[in-house]
Design a binder for this molecule. Sequence first.
Ligand code: SF4
Length: 339
Amino acid sequence: MFLLKMRNILSMSVIELVENNIIFGPVISRRFGTSLGIDLSPAQKQCNFDCLYCELAPALTVNTQEKSLHVSSIIQALKKSLQEHSNIDVITITANGEPTLYPYLDALIDAIKALKLEIKLLILTNSATLNDTKTYQTLLKFDQVKLSLDAISEDIFKKIDRPHKEIQIEDIIYHVKQFSQEFQGELFIEILFVAGLNDTKKEIARLNEVLLHVRANRIDIGTIDRPPAYPVEALSYEQLMDISLMFVPSLPIHIASRKKINTKASRYCAEEIVNTLDKRPLSEDDIEILFDANTKKTLQKLLHQNKILKIDRSGVIFYILEENLHRKLKKSVKVIDNK
Ligand code: SF4
């Protein structure tokens, strides 16, 4: 009896602990605003990948969640958190693992939408479950979706992402392309580069080919920022910059990682600024890292002359040549006041 009581008390406290861990944040991000996170697997890692770079400990892959939260517990925790935190721009659905493995995702999204919050819904997924019709349809309900796509070659994909046995990269690519054509919200692609694996010219050329058929609002390229699950190396900011220049200029590439910035700000004349922006639009952060004070003044002059425009790509400000606005961009973008 005493043991039973103890077990009840223990299990209650475990449930409370888990329920307290469902919501995290708010986290302020320049790209997404103030975000409140929902962790759909707070108690353990449950993922269909076991990425080399994962910030969680290595774990066997699964293709369904073994332990799942109740939708009502999540909604209760969300409501409580929203009472404590106002001015939330986005609710981010994520997990210790892959959030689309959560079996009640569709019901959860409907329940959140029923709250009639004026807050965007974002999900971060590794793209592998897009081949499941139900998951695909659920993802279409989001305002923002971030899909990972680290490699195109089957062998490199398997080395980096270490997927569950039946997952094929061909299948992922097919569905990422299809989803991007159908999705009405903002779509972000994330590529995480690992030194010596997906950073070769050949693999980047293959990524280029595929991404030209993906309608993305932004393609974030990054590298390992936190201690990885396995001993792999990050790239430097300079290497990411070189990689960004290997993509076709019409692709909305954004360097999302500022890892190991050793670059000293340089002086560019007006012609060099124009030539650089002709290759790839630079974000505000890139400008801050690359341009010295004089170059920034020259940039301001070019802005006043309307030779360069500032555009907003889903929360990131980019500088682009005026002549490239229609010539090199595939999606229409919002031009913002230059001065
Ligand atoms: S998909 Fe995400 S959670 Fe899963 S192993 Fe990769 S990095 Fe970790």
